[in-house]
Design a protein around this ligand. Structure first.
Ligand code: ADP
Ligand code: MG
Length: 311
């Protein structure tokens, strides 16, 4: 996208700043007008495909305008971090990516989100299928009060992927064997297998917090997602459990597109390929390669935020 295709930069300077002749636009130390300095630095160019394309996304909760005109392309098979002060709309944004906000009565979502080029905000989209493709892991681990094995097998069973059994029968395997293969594969992929392989029938609630969170990730993997959304997945965990989740996210990004909200800037810097900074008021202010955003942010407001001057 080139600059002059952005309707915001075309229209706002005249309407906002040049109302009277004496009302000169403020300039910053870098010589930009105040308007330009506050503009969004979000035109991140990357090699490869966009898995999701978000355009002009607005979310209101009643009169509260929580997300303002957010546009952003999310590259496939990489880690995208969303950072910003509390209440700036990170969770709201994340929930837009699999239409989880549909469940919140007061939430009014406007704009476009495309997954592999297909609009997810249109009539006829199957939300169960969408949330299979775009899975979600929450801040507090929320395993079902069932066995470890059942936690993993639950989703595929519900979606009928384990009950058809045709392939299994052709290969002369029972549904139970098929299920156990799936359980093992998901637990291995979530780096949990070695710790739980001898107690798959134990209740999942007996696991430690970090193990429960990896179980939730394994459960998310069991329905074969393409995108994994994570909302502060390590904020309730100790440093060792956090490090395991961070290593896991790095591995997952080889096969999956990961979008993670974190309030921990060091964590974003460690694990992500690109970082989006939201600031108070629900604006996406800067989006770019993680090293660039942290070492050389283009927005002064973002620089103030990441150097700890506010937020
Ligand atoms: N379910 C909801 N109902 C009403 N307002 C909400 C709801 N969820 C979030 N908000 C409001 O939207 C804004 C953004 O919240 P949120 O997306 O949770 O921010 P963050 O995750 O960055 O802390 C806040 O002002 C918050 O109060
Ligand atoms: Mg949040």
């Amino acid at each position: 996208m080139s600059e002059n295709t952005n309707p915001r930069t075309q229209t706002e300077p005249q309407t906002e700043t040049a109302t009277t002749e004496t009302d000169q636009p403020l300039t910053t130390t870098t010589g930009e007008t105040d308007e330009q300095a506050q503009d969004e630095w979000t035109e991140y160019e990357f090699a490869g495909e966009a898995k999701m394309t978000v355009e002009d996304l607005d979310v209101h909760y009643g009169d509260d305008h929580a997300l303002k005109g957010v546009s952003m392309e999310i590259p496939e098979k990489s880690v995208t971090a969303l950072i910003g002060p509390s209440g700036c709309g990170k969770s709201t944004y994340l929930r837009c990516l699999n239409r989880m906000n549909d469940r919140i009565k007061s939430a009014d979502v406007d704009g476009s989100v495309r997954l592999d080029g297909e609009e997810i905000y249109q009539d006829g989209v199957n939300l169960v299928e969408l949330r299979k493709r775009v899975g979600m892991v929450f801040q507090s681990p929320n395993p079902f009060p069932k066995s470890i094995r059942e936690n993993i097998a639950y989703g595929p069973k519900k979606h009928g992927d384990l009950d058809t059994g045709l392939l299994a029968r052709l290969l002369n395997r029972s549904d139970a064997e098929e299920r156990d293969r799936l359980v093992e594969r998901c637990l291995r992929d979530a780096a949990l297998w070695d710790e739980v392989s001898d107690r798959l029938d134990d209740n999942a609630l007996g696991l430690s917090g970090g193990q429960q969170q990896r179980l939730c990730i394994a459960r998310c993997l069991s329905v074969d997602p393409e995108i994994i959304l994570m909302d502060e997945p390590a904020s309730a965990l100790d440093p060792i459990a956090t490090a395991k989740i961070e290593d896991l996210i790095d591995d997952l990004s080889e096969e999956y597109t990961v979008v993670i909200v974190t309030h921990n800037m060091q964590q974003a810097a460690r694990i992500s390929d690109q970082t989006a900074v939201f600031l108070t008021g629900g604006e996406l202010v800067e989006y770019g390669e993680t090293d660039q955003v942290f070492e050389n942010p283009r927005s002064e407001r973002v620089e103030d935020y990441i150097t700890g001057k506010f937020g």
